[in-house]
Design a protein. Structure first.
Ligand SMILES: [Zn+2]
Length: 177
């Protein structure tokens, strides 16, 4: 797949209903989330998808003030890209677009994943444009600092140099291109 196709596919997936992507099948494993990264020159698209438990410690609609606060706090962190990734300053990246899907926003009590009402996922994506693409040689994922229940990120990178799979952990959280 060339880079243009990879970006188009990524864009298509992020704009479609979340269920369309979920239907392609990713494991729902607590402690683990997936990060899809598409990079072409100075364009950088990052998509996060993983069990909601990793971010708030439960997967049902909030039942009390404490759970509402935890969910709101998690969403607030994800809406602030500086707390999610640490991009090289020299790359001069700016956030163009960000979307965080709010769990349980549509119908209270409705099951999110068809056939499984005991689990819920959280999805978010960010689009950066970097003025100095040459300096964009990788980035650090800082999610682990905010979400201690998250122990592992499975990263798929589609970049100018091809595709690669990488595994990040709290002690080694650098995505390389
Ligand atoms: Zn679950």
């Amino acid at each position: 797949m060339n880079m243009t196709n990879a970006l188009l596919l990524f864009a298509a997936c992020t704009s479609l209903a979340p269920t369309a992507m979920a239907a392609t099948g990713h494991a729902h494993e607590h402690g683990v989330a997936s990060l899809n990264v598409a990079r072409s020159g100075g364009s950088l698209l990052i998509e996060l998808d993983g069990p909601l438990d990793n971010f708030v410690g439960f997967e049902h609609a909030p039942r009390n003030a404490e759970q509402k606060r935890r969910l709101a706090d998690a969403l607030a962190i994800l809406r602030e890209p500086a707390r999610v990734v640490n991009l090289p300053a020299a790359a001069a990246c700016r956030l163009v677009d960000a979307a965080v899907a709010e769990p349980f926003a549509e119908k209270p009590g409705a099951a999110h994943d068809a056939g499984d009402e005991n689990h819920a996922d959280l999805e978010a994506n960010w689009h950066f444009e970097c003025a100095n693409a040459a300096a964009l040689d990788g980035f650090e994922v800082t999610l682990f600092k905010h979400f201690p229940r998250l122990g592992k990120l499975r990263v798929q990178v589609a970049g100018d140099g091809g595709q690669s799979a990488q595994t990040l952990r709290p002690a080694s959280a650098q995505v390389g291109f």
